[in-house]
Design a protein around this ligand. Structure first.
Ligand SMILES: *[C@@H]1O[C@H](CO)[C@@H](O)[C@H](O)[C@H]1NC(C)=O
Ligand SMILES: *[C@@H]1O[C@H](CO)[C@@H](O)[C@H](O)[C@H]1NC(C)=O
Length: 95
């Protein structure tokens, strides 16, 4: 199975001219890569993504706001920086 997926990826890269990498705008490549690792690929997001206008989720945003400086909470968030100053605090709405 693994060799089969490698063969498909190689074929894909040969056709598209890519060299062992997926560009951010190439969803087919990411899908093939995801399939090749048993669909374990995750998409990290900044910890306050739920507070942005286009992905607003008040419950998740309130949790992010409440835990903004909590390093334990941060370490459990996929895509969060350990130090909050490396994220963009200006995306947080005033709650
Ligand atoms: C993705 O972007 C690159 C560089 O801008 C471009 O060359 C390529 O054709 C794009 N691929 C897709 C699938 O849109
Ligand atoms: C990878 O595949 C799984 C199962 O289909 C899906 O839940 C997950 O969102 C995919 N990962 C990405 C980054 O698209």
């Amino acid at each position: 199975m693994f060799l089969f997926i490698i063969a498909i990826l190689s074929q894909y890269f040969a056709v598209t001219g890519s060299i062992c990498r997926c560009l951010s705008n190439d969803s087919t490549c990411w899908q093939l890569f995801n399939d090749s690792i048993n669909e374990c690929l995750v998409l990290p997001r900044p910890s306050a993504t739920s507070c942005t206008r286009d992905q607003l989720n008040m419950e998740a945003c309130t949790i992010a706001y409440t835990n903004w400086m909590n390093s334990k909470w941060r370490s459990e968030q996929l895509g969060a920086m350990q130090y909050y100053n490396w994220e963009m605090p200006n995306v947080l709405y005033t709650i």
